[in-house]
Design a protein around this ligand. Structure first.
Ligand SMILES: *[C@@H]1O[C@H](CO)[C@@H](O)[C@H](O)[C@H]1NC(C)=O
Ligand SMILES: *[C@@H]1O[C@H](CO)[C@@H](O)[C@H](O)[C@H]1NC(C)=O
Ligand SMILES: *[C@@H]1O[C@H](CO)[C@@H](O)[C@H](O)[C@H]1NC(C)=O
Length: 586
């Protein structure tokens, strides 16, 4: 006490706060305190009186009566905790806090009774923090008989969309002895007034008349009117729920997906979703359903299913129904998954079958096969282009030397026609110059072969024919320089001899060079004719200057014997591959 006095002496503000806090604690825990007396409320007179019909929907708003109020409830109002409701039941003494229950809900600034019972009659007190300190409302619930209601009708209306409809105030059927004037209509809490923007909505005899009904007209309608009973003013309030509907469909459901029998790829052990999309026409009630079945058996409880629903779709709606397989099993692969859709008109089915997904490595194999084929083709093209180079390289590095130990002295015997000095004046290189200078210069000096040129290397002594045959037999190749002078002159004998030698000795091969174009004379020996037709011929492009004709010499080298030691001498595989690589890079 001493302490309290001290505080009140020095800090009157704190005391005020404490009292206020205590007051709010009382308010908050009012339920436990029976017969609580709200301070500042005891002398307040009831400001509003409502009459309600028992077993119907009813709503009370915590708002001071206002002539121009256009709202009778506001769901989005405030902080729900700031609205407090208490009540004192009729003929029972004590005040209690109103608690939400199955038929009483506190929503926004209003108290909803769904429905209201006779024992809900009494005095209601509401407070909104810093807005309404105390409002007393009297509610009197009467039965239809007490209120003298004649044909109260239903509290739910189903209006057909697009057609004309009227909504009657159920309450006007009660208190038949009293004239109803000043009926006010509210839809979803807001007062309905005649608006120029919606001329098709009219008030006729306290009823709402809709020339055309829209989906948006659905909602909770409340109508109020005032009655005086022994000079006491009451507000009579009744509610009606309006639903807008369409004509029930005459079609069975239509399965949009899957269509017919659909095969779906699935991986074993992986989860899978089976989706069924069904188009339903509008239908009131809950006749429509979609389920997934396995092979026509109703073992669907093993399938984890979910459906998305559209509550108010007048034009019907598409329903998506999904079954989830947690992991695909072998059994699933053998099953038919059936989507079954049904409404009151009929039913529809569609099937999904699962197929094992082809492993990804199949693709790898395909890819590698294609790349190998491609590489093979490239290789083939490369080898075709560079065959001679490859052979030459192979020979120079890898192949064993053909020129040793075969007992022959020369690599090639050169046979050419001697020309007259007058012809050597021509612009072209003469075959003599070719045979005595150009050919030895390349084959002997560059490639290291040893040629046999009759005039140069064989000392004259024996018979010409014997000398020729001996020289050819001592050589590995016979190089024949063909020209008109050659084929029609006496030198053709050397060719004939070379052919004969080659037929006897397999180690002797003929290399024909077409030095100038020529016509085969009729008189040629048959062996020679045959040889000219069969043997490979290398053409010397005489129009080309003395500059090295790469291709020609490459072919020459190709047809000459293998002589690894003479040029490069070493035989390393590494060198071979280095040169091969440089060939590829070109
Ligand atoms: C409902 O309450 C909210 C918050 O107080 C307010 O903004 C809104 O205007 C109210 N609605 C009506 C229709 O009065
Ligand atoms: C109206 O008041 C009179 C007397 O003042 C009373 O006898 C009568 O019962 C009252 N009527 C109603 C309906 O309360
Ligand atoms: C589905 O409809 C057909 C007729 O179209 C009917 O014979 C069948 O019994 C129906 N199935 C179910 C499961 O209702």
């Amino acid at each position: 006490m001493v302490l309290k006095e001290n505080i009140s002496e020095y800090q009157p503000k704190l005391i005020k706060t404490m009292i206020l806090t205590f007051y709010w604690i009382l308010v908050l825990f009012g339920t436990e305190v029976s017969g609580i007396n709200l301070p500042g409320c005891s002398h307040v007179k009831p400001q509003v009186r409502y009459r309600a019909i028992s077993d119907e929907e009813f709503v009370l708003q915590c708002a001071l009566p206002h002539k121009h109020a256009t709202n009778i409830y506001n769901n989005s109002v405030l902080n729900q905790h700031e609205v407090k409701w208490f009540w004192c039941q009729k003929n029972k003494g004590h005040l209690k806090a109103v608690e939400g229950s199955s038929n009483i809900t506190l929503q926004g600034d209003a108290l909803w009774f769904k429905p209201v019972r006779e024992n809900a009659s009494g005095i209601y007190i509401c407070m909104i923090h810093e807005k309404i300190p105390c409002l007393k409302i009297v509610l009197e619930v009467q039965t239809k008989a007490e209120a003298k209601c004649a044909g109260y009708g239903t509290n739910t209306l189903h209006l057909l969309a697009g057609s004309g409809n009227s909504i009657a105030c159920p309450g006007t059927k009660c208190y038949s002895h009293i004239d109803k004037v000043d009926v006010r209509w509210y839809k979803d809490g807001r007062q309905i007034e005649y608006r120029k923007t919606r001329k098709s909505l009219k008030f006729v005899d306290n009823e709402i008349y809709l020339k055309t009904t829209y989906v948006q007209d659905a909602g909770i309608y409340i109508c109020d009117y005032t009655i005086f009973d022994n000079t006491t003013r009451w507000t009579m309030r009744t509610a009606i729920t309006v639903e807008v509907i369409a004509k029930n469909t005459i079609h069975p459901p239509n399965i949009l997906h899957p269509s017919g029998v659909t095969i779906l790829e699935a991986e074993l052990g992986k989860p899978l979703e089976l989706e069924c999309r069904v188009q339903f026409g509008f239908e009131r009630g809950t006749q429509k359903r979609v389920i997934w079945k396995r092979d026509n058996e109703n073992i669907n409880e093993k399938l984890n299913q979910e459906t998305s629903v559209c509550p108010r779709c007048l034009k019907g709606h598409v329903l998506r129904h999904v079954a989830k397989l947690e992991e695909v099993t072998e059994k699933d692969l053998r099953s038919n998954f059936i989507c079954f859709a049904q409404n009151s008109v009929g039913n529809a089915t569609a099937v999904i079958q699962l197929k094992k997904k082809r492993r990804v490595f199949f693709l790898y194999i395909l890819c590698s096969a294609i790349s190998i084929l491609f590489a093979f083709l490239l290789c083939t093209a490369f080898i075709y282009q560079h065959w001679i180079e490859i052979v030459l390289m192979y020979r120079s590095y890898v192949a064993h030397n053909e020129t040793t130990e075969d007992g022959k002295e020369f690599d090639a015997f050169v046979s050419y026609a001697k020309t007259d000095s007058s012809e050597s004046d021509s612009a072209f290189i003469s075959e003599e110059k070719f045979a005595l200078e150009i050919l030895p210069d390349m084959l002997e000096n560059k490639y290291g072969y040893k040629l046999c040129i009759l005039e140069r290397d064989i000392l004259p002594g024996g018979a010409y024919t014997d000398e020729v045959v001996t020289a050819i037999k001592q050589s590995r190749r016979a190089i024949i320089i063909l020209s008109p002078a050659y084929v029609s002159g006496p030198k053709i004998f050397e060719l004939q001899a070379a052919v004969n030698c080659a037929l006897e000795d397999k180690k002797i091969k003929l290399v024909l060079i077409k030095f100038q174009a020529f016509q085969e004379p009729e008189t040629l020996p048959p062996v020679v004719k045959k040889a000219l037709r069969i043997l490979p011929v290398i053409t010397w492009k005489s129009s080309v200057s003395t500059a090295p004709n790469k291709k020609f010499w490459k072919y020459m080298h190709y047809h000459m014997p293998v002589n690894t030691t003479k040029v490069l001498g070493n035989c390393s595989l590494k060198g071979f591959f280095q040169r091969l690589f440089s060939l590829v890079r070109r």
